[in-house]
Design a protein around this ligand. Structure first.
Ligand SMILES: [Zn+2]
Length: 287
């Protein structure tokens, strides 16, 4: 039986703009590469998408974000995108749906005055830059660690874990339990958090290079299991060095700083503020 074609097909929404993603598909699995290595069409939110973004619980676990991004770009493997790509896509969706203006609020570091500024999203989108194939950090042990940005999945898991942690700890503090029960719960929850952090950190390591010595050639370790075991055993200083580098990497791909001049009388202090790519304050959900 032939599939009937919907005569309304040609009347669906059209893409409002096309963007190139910072990752250019570099860190993705093969299936999604063709989706994201060329110019990506960005469609405005449907009313269904908007409804999904209004649900704070669904936003938190990432599912509704995945559905919305999929609906507005056609990308199927949203969790596999880098978090840099997701930030850029969200800004572009905001542009496609509500237009060019982005209001941000910041407080002046000199006089604490709250400055509301309207930014031009098109100008911000023009700052999109392509990420390197990898980023590397050299540790004290001379190991060279090649890194890639977090996937959206890892970034979401980290955010969710941090949230759970906070609410769990709050519950524990308010609960009328004895000290020992409380301590055990604290430990359990910290362990789970530490375990997750190790996974996320390992996922961001592409490979580790053991430099050549007089006796031995250079060794390149790509084995996921070996990398994960290594991450588990490195010192806190080394882990912090990697995490610091990852925090920088995860912010690349678009200019996140906005120049503000304080509007308070007699101040006029010029400073920079960071644009937060947080969907809960990014989309016009109040109306
Ligand atoms: Zn000021």
């Amino acid at each position: 039986m032939a599939k009937s074609t919907n005569p309304l097909q040609g009347y669906l929404r059209n893409p409002k703009l096309y963007i190139l993603l910072p990752s250019g598909g570099k860190f993705s699995n093969i299936e999604s590469i063709s989706d994201i290595s060329k110019e990506l069409p960005i469609y405005p939110l449907t009313s269904m998408d908007e409804t999904m973004l209004r649900n704070p619980d669904a936003l938190l676990n990432g599912e509704s974000m995945v559905k919305v991004i999929s609906s507005c770009t056609g990308i199927k493997d949203v969790y596999e995108l880098t978090s840099n790509d997701v930030d850029v896509i969200l800004l572009a969706i905001r542009f496609a749906t509500y237009g060019n203006e982005l209001e941000i609020s910041s407080s002046c570091p000199e006089c604490n005055n709250t400055n509301d500024e309207v930014l031009d999203i098109e100008t911000i989108l023009e700052t999109i830059t392509v990420l390197n194939d990898h980023y590397s950090v050299t540790l004290e042990s001379n190991l060279v660690c090649h890194l890639k940005p977090y996937t959206f999945k890892d970034a979401q898991q980290a955010a969710l874990a941090a949230f759970r942690e906070t609410s769990e700890l709050n519950n524990l503090i308010n609960e009328e339990t004895d000290e020992l029960t409380r301590l055990t719960s604290f430990n359990k929850s910290f362990l789970a958090m530490a375990e997750l952090n190790i996974n996320i950190l390992s996922n961001a390591v592409i490979k580790v290079i053991i430099p050549a010595t007089d006796e031995a050639d250079e060794i390149i370790v790509k084995n996921k299991k070996h990398i994960s075991e290594w991450v588990r055993g490195i010192s806190k200083t080394e882990a912090d060095k990697i995490i610091n580098e990852l925090n920088i990497i995860n912010d690349l791909g678009i200019d996140r700083m906005a120049a503000i001049t304080c509007s308070a009388e007699g101040c006029a202090h010029a400073y920079e503020t960071k644009i937060e790519f947080n969907p809960s304050n990014f989309f016009d959900l109040s109306s």
